[in-house]
Design a binder for this molecule. Sequence first.
Ligand code: URA
Length: 441
Amino acid sequence: MKASRSSLALPPTIARKRDGGALTDGEIRAVIEGAARGTIPDYQLAALLMAIVWRGLTNRELVTWTRAMVDSGERLEWSTLPGPTVDKHSTGGVGDKISLCLAPLCAAAGLYVPMMAGRALGHTGGTLDKLETIPGFRTALSPAEFRRVLTRAGFVLAGQSARLAPADRVLYALRDATATVESIPLIASSILSKKIAEGTAALVMDVKVGSGAFLPSRAQARALATALIDLGKRLGLRVRAVLSDMDQPLGAAIGNAVEVREAIEVLRGGGPADVRALTVRLGAEMLVLGGRAPDLRAGTRRIEAVIASGAGLERLRLGVRLQGGDVRAIDDPDRLPRARHVQVLAAPRDGVVTHVDAGALGRAATLLGVGRLRKEDRIAPGAAILLAAKAGTRVGRGDPLCTLHYDDGARARAAKPLVQGAFRIGSAAGRARPLVLETLG
Ligand code: URA
């Protein structure tokens, strides 16, 4: 392999970080530019990333690193919109369909939500995979289409453009393959560089805590939330972070089409209590951050009003239509794809469900085809786990705990032991964990 000039110059930089030193602004810019242009070999980037996992980045390094990632591509700009832009980003969960109902609700309440979403990653679901179960719905939009949908619907749910923060694409793929994802400065810079490039003025972060989260412990989640708020402040992006429970899945549906269905139920005024409560809470936070509500109480009332009036559902219909989707699937969710087979898993004994392990169910759902084991895998749009019991539910022996929805029997056989192990049944209910653990920022 031919080494470029920048790759020859990199070993002293890697060594300094390895030994706990700080990188200069010039070195950071050269690394990020080289990553985006493909002029630095993967092995040198990977070595530097691992050194950062161990040694971290100072505040100055982190700001320069994030700015350089933003500058590696285009930056969208929304100053001509007649209202404030506010986005929401979740660190990833199981059964987390909140974006699907939250974005249209906030649009109906007066915000502009330029949401760039992701695909299923590891055991966590992906908003784009869910949306693509709506026949015709397009998630790959040109910048002009993105602008048109946002301007008209007040929200847009699309994939990350290759032109925004391209350095993050390269670095994220390398991190995924080299066990270097789990670093707070690398996660914070990855998320915020994309949000700043997307042009949102404010951001509500839903930082997940528990077995289904990337960073399961509350201390790690709090550290990430604090890093995001602090980095946002240094870069002119207002960030508020909500730490929310991901020890058990959100709602009853884990899957792609089934989660679209559950989000539509919320927009129709129904849906599971936890999905609805987190949607309303995050919406209220977004309205306050965007200056459309004076406080959380007023924000809550506003979001509840746009659910009750059907204005949120109407916005979803508009957004789906503008992105090429078949609105009949929103009006009649039975048109969404379904799996061919259904199998009920029953409680092995009488008792109370004390824990439903989100991480285990996320991994089982991936095996069923909800997510991907390899990047090139195709998802199964109708594959799902539908929960009949959650923590606190009293069950008798033989009562359904959940149903598996699948097309391929071998996949169901692989997933079943994980699903069975995810339900803990005891003699008495434990103390319920609150859905929102704390807010910061
Ligand atoms: N999500 C991102 O966008 N980046 C990370 O580094 C981790 C999660």
